[in-house]
Design a protein around this ligand. Structure first.
Ligand code: ZN
Length: 55
């Protein structure tokens, strides 16, 4: 997962590529309560999984 961001290469395409790589490398969201991985199906800023939100 080591991505070196080289500039001055590829112009606009490279810039778009960098954006894609940026989102790929976003850390996985985890529930702050139980540590379970949260599936982000919606655009939300939840930091708890379904089980813990209900509680
Ligand atoms: Zn949880």
């Amino acid at each position: 997962m080591n991505t070196s961001y080289s500039t001055e290469k590829g112009g606009e395409f490279n810039m778009l590529n960098n954006v894609i790589e940026f989102f790929k490398n976003l850390p996985v969201k985890k529930c702050i309560t139980c540590g379970e991985q949260i599936e982000e199906q919606h655009k939300s800023y939840r930091n708890q999984c379904d089980k813990c939100v209900i509680l």
